[in-house]
Structures are given as C-alpha cells and as structure tokens.
Design a protein. Structure first.
Length: 478
C-alpha cells in the first residue's frame, strides 16, 4: 500500500472510503441545492484570490480538497441545476444523468477506434440510432457524437465545402481559382455558423444573415434574393443553415420551403436543431421535423432537451460516408488498431481521443424511457404556456414573441418608451445579483427583452410562480 501511495495513487481501502464520502456529498448537494444562491455575488478575481498561486509539492487529503469545494468552488458557481435557474437552455441534471457520468469515469476508455474499445464504439452506434428513431429521422441518416452543436456544424460545413470544391481536403482553398463561397443563415441563428466559417477558411464575412419575419423565422423570399445576388456577383452559394429552436425565441425556420430552394440551387442544407430537435419526440410537436428527409445534416443536443448532462451533441448526416470521406486518416501508429469492417469513430471528425459519452446517454435513456423523456418535455411546454398566460394577464408586461417549446420572451412596458430597454435589462441584472433566481436577456428587433428558458427537471410550477413574483417585485422597485 505504501508503494502505491508513493507513485501517486490511493489505497483501495482509502479510495472506497472517499467514494462513500463523495456519494453522500453528491446526494446532499442535489437534495439541498435550493438553499444555495443561484449565482454568486463575487467580484472578478475573488475566487482566484482564495486559491494558492502554486500547485502543492506534497499531496493533500481528499477531505481538505472536498472542504475547499464546499467553501470556495460551490459558492463561486452559477448553479445551472438550481430549480430557480431559468436562463439559456438549462442543462438537465437528472439523477440517472449523474450516475451515468460517475460510471463512465472509472472506465476511462478512448473510443477512437472499434478495437480500442468495442463496447464504446458499438454503444455509440446504438444510442445514436435510438435518438434517430425517437425523433422520426429515416435510416438514411447516420450519426456521430461530438461535444456541442458548434463542433457539429463545423464538420457538416466541411463536407459541404468538399462537395462544393472537390479536393479541398487535399489541396486546400488557395491558388485554385475558386469563387468565394457563401453560407446563409437567419438573423436569429446562433453564431456557430460564423465560427465554423472562420475555422474552415471560408471567412466570417461570407456568412450572410437573412432577415427573419414577424415570427422570427427565416424569410424565404429574402433567402432566395440573397442567393441570386451572390450568384450575380460571381460568388458560389455553398450552404444554408436553418434553425429549429433559435437561441433567443426558440423559433423554427420553414424547413420545407428552405429545402426546396436548396434542392433547386444544389446547395447543402444543415439544420441546427440543437434545442428544438428533441421536441420532435412528442406527437403534438412532430411539425418541427417536417421534411427533415430533404436536408443534408442535422445537429441535435440531447444535453438541452433529451436529459443527457453536458456535453453530448449528435450530428446526423444523410449518408454518413460523406462525412467519413472528408475526415478519415489512419496514421501508421494506429493502423494495427483499426478494423475496416467496423465503425472507427475517429474517422468521422478531427478528434482522435474520444470520451465514452454514449454510456451516460444509455444509462439515462434506459432509466427514463421514451415515456419519461416525453413527460418531462410536456411539462416544460406546460410551464412555458403558463408563464405566457401570466404575462398576458398583467398589463405592465407584454409578450415579445410567441411562446415556443420551453422558451418565453417578454418585456416590461409600464414606463416611458426611452427608459424601457434600461428597465428590462435592470430587472434581469437585479434578479441575478440577488441570487434568488437567474434569468437572461436578449434583443429582439432592437429591443431588450426578458427571456426565460425551461429545461431543469427540478423546476416546478411553484418555482415558476416564485420567479414571476420576483420579476414583478423587481419591476415595481425599479
């Protein structure tokens, strides 16, 4: 035992004791999370000031480390799992999700090829297909797990780039007399399209923001005009990025109409369904997946709406081999660990080392079942509609966009027009600073609005009612 300690490990007996301590800590944290502030009131640098500037030369007891987590780390966090966290798309933190994360840590495998961990590779194939079936996507689509949709769109647009300019994988874009390539997305879409364009050498300036309509959906006529104008300039339209569940309002672009344009223009259509894709599991929400069969790629984030802890995002590509052809590369030091007859997931992206992410999804989806996931999504929609009704009944507020899925945007209007933006921002900032709840704000048509997003399984109607009272109180105070 002494020898093992000297080489930087812990004895089996001590490790077992620490595991029990940690299990109790996790259970207590989750049970009592509501007692914590949702967000800290620390000034920048206050947490860093409590930590040593140099790493320790000698190992420290686990009890001391856990104590510092309690007294330094936890108070300095924004608690996304808190039932009063109503900002962004609250990451789902179910009990099975925590168990799945704990289970994957000691296995500590690298899922880069089938041979380096057959169970990891084959389980990824299985859970990706489970999700495909749940959201009603045909078996023409194959999927691969990444960390986030931002990484997924970069891979999808890399395939679009290769199909628009063959041999780019080998020769690059320079000195080939190629046109400028254009990517089109809504003015409500996520910034991941620009980041992908930067990474792929296509240029941030070649991402064209298409105006949205009064429902914050991409305006199809404007899209057609933008494509025609670019062709007149000698540019080559390469891809359209449509959104199912925009970040600000959870609006859904008209996929059917956009797909018709893309088919006619022979350009790639990617759908960012990072948030909205999971809602396709509900029979009453299957409209969100209408005509997905016409698109080339779709990204869905189960860490937003299918109850897998961050990070877990799936990119589906119609004929997944298109993705593999762009990224497969087997160096000699890996050749012995590749089996051509099996799926080696390192061939489907830039990442070589890959976590065993599929395990936590498998644990969660088996624990909740499709019925459990659907029930939780319906509850998010119910809470969103309930809040929407409360806003409509209070003449000091107005809805800024139709409530969509689990997102509600609204605005305090009971003041002079030139003060409203500052007041709405002040309501959000004041509430967040209080630690009683956490909201976000966004801009819609140039106006500052309050935004609430549901996703936390611990959030109940009682929590929502309390949050609405806090919002009303803060508005009256300001």
């Amino acid at each position: 035992m002494q020898d093992r300690k000297l080489v930087g490990d812990t004895s089996a007996e001590e490790f077992r004791k620490q595991l029990h301590e940690l299990a109790d800590w996790i259970a207590d944290f989750r049970e009592h999370i509501e007692r914590l502030r949702v967000a800290p009131d620390d000034k920048p640098g206050m947490i860093r000031a409590q930590l040593p500037k140099r790493a320790p030369d000698e190992g420290e007891p686990f009890e001391k480390i856990l104590s510092d987590v309690d007294h330094i780390i936890v108070p300095g966090m924004v608690h996304w799992s808190h039932p009063m966290f109503l900002g962004y798309f609250g990451w789902t933190s179910t009990a099975p999700g925590i168990l799945g994360e704990i289970l994957s840590a000691p296995l500590n495998v690298n899922a880069m090829t089938w041979r380096t961990c057959p169970a990891a590779s084959e389980l990824e194939t299985v859970v990706v297909d489970w999700l495909r079936q749940w959201v009603g996507l045909s078996d023409q689509f194959g999927g691969v797990v990444y960390d986030t949709a931002s990484v997924g769109i970069m891979h999808a647009l890399a395939v679009a780039r290769e199909e628009a300019a063959p041999a780019t994988r080998k020769l690059g874009l320079t000195d080939r007399d190629l046109p400028r390539f254009s990517i089109y997305t809504s003015d409500q879409a996520h910034s991941s399209a620009e980041k992908a364009a930067i990474a792929l050498g296509l240029g941030e300036g070649n991402v064209i923001r298409v105006p949205s309509d009064d429902k914050f959906q991409m305006d199809v006529n404007s899209l057609g005009q933008a494509i025609a104008e670019d062709r007149d300039k000698g540019f080559q339209p390469m891809a359209v990025v449509a959104t199912v569940g925009t970040t600000s309002t959870a609006s859904v672009d008209p996929i059917s109409d956009i797909a018709k344009i893309c088919r006619g223009e022979k350009i790639w259509l990617h759908v960012d369904a990072a948030y909205g894709g999971g809602f396709a599991m509900l029979p009453e929400c299957q409209w969100v997946s209408k005509d997905w069969e016409l698109v080339d790629s779709i990204a869905i984030n189960p860490h937003k709406t299918v109850f897998v802890p961050l990070d877990f995002s799936v990119l589906y590509v119609r004929d997944l081999e298109r993705l593999r052809r762009v990224f497969t590369l087997v160096p000699e030091y890996l050749r012995g660990d590749t089996v051509e007859a099996e799926k080696n997931y390192m061939d489907y992206g830039i990442q070589l080392g890959r976590r065993f992410r599929a395990l936590k999804a498998w644990v969660i989806w088996r624990s909740l079942g499709r019925a459990g996931v659907v029930a939780r999504l319906r509850e998010q929609i119910r809470l969103a509609n309930l809040l929407s009704d409360w806003v409509k009944r209070d003449n000091r507020f107005e809805l800024s966009a139709p409530a969509s899925m689990g997102v509600v945007c609204f605005r305090f209007i009971d003041s002079e027009v030139n003060k409203l933006d500052k007041l709405n921002s002040g309501i959000v900032e004041g509430i967040n600073a209080s630690g009683r709840a956490y909201l976000t704000q966004t801009k819609l048509r140039g106006r500052t609005v309050i935004r609430i997003g549901f996703g936390n399984v611990l959030t109940t109607e009682e929590h929502l009612r309390k949050a609405w009272e806090i919002i009303q109180e803060m508005a009256a105070k300001l």
